[in-house]
Design a protein around this ligand. Structure first.
Ligand SMILES: NC(=O)c1ccc[n+]([C@@H]2O[C@H](COP(=O)([O-])OP(=O)(O)OC[C@H]3O[C@@H](n4cnc5c(N)ncnc54)[C@H](OP(=O)(O)O)[C@@H]3O)[C@@H](O)[C@H]2O)c1
Length: 163
C-alpha cells in the first residue's frame, strides 16, 4: 500500500487560515490535486476538511475521520465511509479490498496521524505567508526526505514530491 500525502502549504508551513478557510491555490494546483486523487482512487480526510469541501470528492472513495457517533453509525458506501480506527487498521482494511494507493488529503490532524505511514509528500509550496494558521502537521518525527521531482509553475507555486 502506497500512502501519498497531498497538500498546498504556505512558506511558513500552513495549510489554512482556519478550519473553514484553506489557502487559495491556482487552477494548476487544483488540476494536479484532481489528477493525483483520481489516480489513487481512495482519499483519506478529516471531517473538518470534508465540511470545508462541502461534499465528498466524486469518483473517489472518501474515507473520513470523525469521532461523532452519529456519523460513525452511518452505513458505509463505495463513495463514503466514516472511521475512527487507527491509521494502520484503516490501511489494512483498504489493502484487503485491493486498494494499492491512498491519497491522504488532510487537514492537519489527519496529516499528523498519517505522517509516519506516508511514503510520498506531494507539496505545492505557495508563495505566501499565513501567520497564525493551521499547520501541515502538529507533531513530527525527525526525518530527512529526498526530492523525487520538482516543477515550478507559472502561478509562482512550486510542486515538490518528497520521499
Ligand atoms: N492546504 C491544504 O492542502 C489543505 C488540505 C486539507 C485541509 N485543509 C484545510 O485545513 C483545515 C482543516 O484542518 P483541521 O486540522 O482543522 O481538520 P481535519 O484534519 O480536516 O479534521 C479534523 C477532524 O477529524 C476528526 N479526527 C481527527 N483525528 C481523529 C481520530 N484519531 N479519530 C477519529 N476522528 C478524528 C475529528 O472530527 P470530528 O470533530 O467530527 O470528531 C476532527 O475534528 C480546513 O481549513 C481545510 O480547508 C487544507
Amino acid at each position: 500500500m502506497k500512502v501519498i500525502a497531498v497538500a498546498a502549504i504556505s512558506l511558513d508551513g500552513m495549510i489554512a487560515f482556519d478550519a473553514e478557510r484553506q489557502i487559495e491555490t491556482s487552477p494548476q494546483d487544483k488540476a494536479y490535486f484532481e489528477k493525483v486523487t483520481r489516480e489513487a482512487g481512495t482519499i483519506i480526510t478529516g471531517r473538518r476538511t470534508l465540511d470545508a469541501m462541502k461534499r465528498p470528492l466524486v469518483g473517489r472513495r472518501n474515507v473520513v475521520y470523525t469521532k461523532q457517533e452519529v456519523l460513525l453509525a452511518t452505513e458505509p458506501t463505495d463513495q463514503l465511509w466514516y472511521t475512527d480506527e487507527a491509521p494502520k487498521q484503516v490501511l489494512k482494511k483498504l489493502g484487503k479490498q485491493g486498494v494499492k494507493t491512498v491519497a491522504v488529503i488532510g487537514g492537519s490532524e489527519i496529516f499528523t496521524i498519517f505522517r509516519d505511514l506516508t511514503d510520498e509528500w506531494h507539496l505545492t509550496i505557495c508563495p505566501q505567508f499565513v501567520g497564525d494558521g493551521v499547520p501541515l502537521c502538529t507533531e513530527y518525527t525527525p526525518e530527512k526526505l529526498g526530492v523525487a521531482a520538482r516543477e515550478v509553475w507559472g502561478s509562482g507555486e512550486t510542486l515538490v514530491i518528497l520521499r
